[in-house]
Design a protein around this ligand. Sequence first.
Ligand code: IPE
Ligand code: IPE
Ligand code: MG
Length: 264
Amino acid sequence: MEALLEILEPDAPERALVQSLDPGRLPCHIAIIMDGNGRWANRRSLPRPAGHEAGVEPARTVIETCARLGIRYLTLYAFSLENWKRPRAEVDMLWRLLQVYIRRELPNLMKHGVRVKAIGRIDALPDPARRELVHAVEATAQNQGLQVNLAINYGGRAELADAFNAILDKARAAGTLENLRVTEQDIAGCLYTAGVPDPDLLIRTSGEMRISNFLLWQIAYAELFVTDTLWPDFTRADLLRAILEYQSRDRRFGGLAAAGAKAR
Ligand code: IPE
Ligand code: IPE
Ligand code: MG
């Protein structure tokens, strides 16, 4: 948290937000559905691509803020499998933007010790975008700070189908297919996020009250935070407020309130 206070001006309003956070109860993993770029552009009578371009800055801010706060994992939903349904020109623009963004941000990611991972059906990306992404993953692989999972060409159901097929393939190779029984641990261990703890906090911008096929398995007990703010308008203060709200929640995981939590 000190690392975040360091970059804030003495009179920055975010200071009070940072200081009211409980450093012992930060979410280990934050996942974000970055939604509302098109509406942001629409409201300004701009073409939709302008909204996607305006969405780059909040992504940079959120990554830097999480890195400086000492958050361990951040998963950003950048392109869903279903987003291919959009007009070709918009889809092409998104791949170009991704390619340019990754190339331009790499030095910054290195500076903050960020490790980039990609989750989704990455093989189906257009070559230039895939190459840039793979390069960023390899170049940051040894970094020890925040892990950023970029969900690109990602679908939650596809991830589960891929996991089940991986389980079947392993069993076939081991000759254990006949009596195969599958546990929750087997499934979790074959997801794109294997080894990453489940998200504690799921943020969605632009007010939509839905999951849109994001991390279906992993969000079983995530705390949900939906804000009407459109993604290009999402600020550091918005992120800090979401974390503060998260810290006020009583997470019961099906059990009873923790001792000392206020009765409801
Ligand atoms: C989110 O913004 C970005 C992507 C899905 C790639 P949208 O493009 O979905 O913006 P809205 O929902 O149309 O406003
Ligand atoms: C979810 O947003 C996907 C991303 C943010 C990448 P969408 O805009 O695609 O979701 P729907 O269509 O509103 O459910
Ligand atoms: Mg949308």
